[in-house]
Design a protein. Sequence first.
Lengths: 252, 95
Amino acid sequence: MGANNALVRSLIALGDDHLILGHRLSQWCGHAPMLEEDLSLSNMALDLIGQATNIYSHAGQLEGKGRDEDALAYLRKEQQYYNLLMVERPNFDFAHTMLRQFYFAVFMELYWAEIQNLGEETLRGIAGKAVKEMSYHVRHAGEWIIRLGDGTEESAARMKKAVTALHLYTDELFTVNGTLQLCIDGNTLPDPSKLREPWNAIVEQVFKQAFLQIPEIPFPQEGGREGRHTEDFGHLLCELQYMQRAYPNQKW
Amino acid sequence: MTESFMPLWEVFIRARNGLDHKHVGSLHAADAEMAMQAARDVYTRREEGNSIWVVQSKDIVASDPDKAAENFDPAADKVYRHPSFYDIPDEVGHM
């Protein structure tokens, strides 16, 4: 794979993370536990989908085959999406949703900060806007985790359950496959494996206040980056792509 | 969601530097930090401001509507309290 193709593929994977997590958050719209949080979740969903739009648009231009952000978002098949498994996990409950958001946002805040030190101008521009949005997601989700972990018996139990269910998907954040390695070698994208330590430190800090512990993960779950997804992903895509599939080229 | 878990907060937003914070509405939140975040999410989605104050509604002392007559009516016939009985020199311009 050439350097440009590797960058396009890795950017599409990054865009997929944002689109899919944004879609998951959008599923809370009208269903959140309280009105204030309904707006917060929708705000965060819109931040992520906006970032996905920018990343896809940039990837499409680099690719030069005429695929725009809509083609990338709506016209691929399940195995052509390369998002992390974590972001496609269902919402389950509010504890799961906040923890998934926290894990991803802590990582992305570090990642965008790294991109600002390398990458070409368009990517640095995307990063400059996104890093602020991610700081807020970290703060919002982090504060909820602390309050739920240190809350009632019920909320603490749900928080612990969420950690058990989701932590085994966090390894994939730091995995480097062959495609990404080409980008790291070419200095076009940061090396995520170097972010594991700072990520752990931030997660531990919040977990300590939330009376949670980072569990041992003997068998981490991966595969999304190679297009291997969980069963829930097909259902998600059905909903996400329905309008474009039913009414091709439909515009607002 | 009981009132003791999620008390009511009043939200004040300053639209621009140099202006006053104006009351924009209220919301429910568990504590000050969460109230601040909810205020940001509910009331500044369309660039409404650059500064937020939140205060618990119970901490605001409000005048009693039943005492409106004794509080406010006595000012009604004291028009001389407005500085409208002075001739302002033209050089002063708009005040």
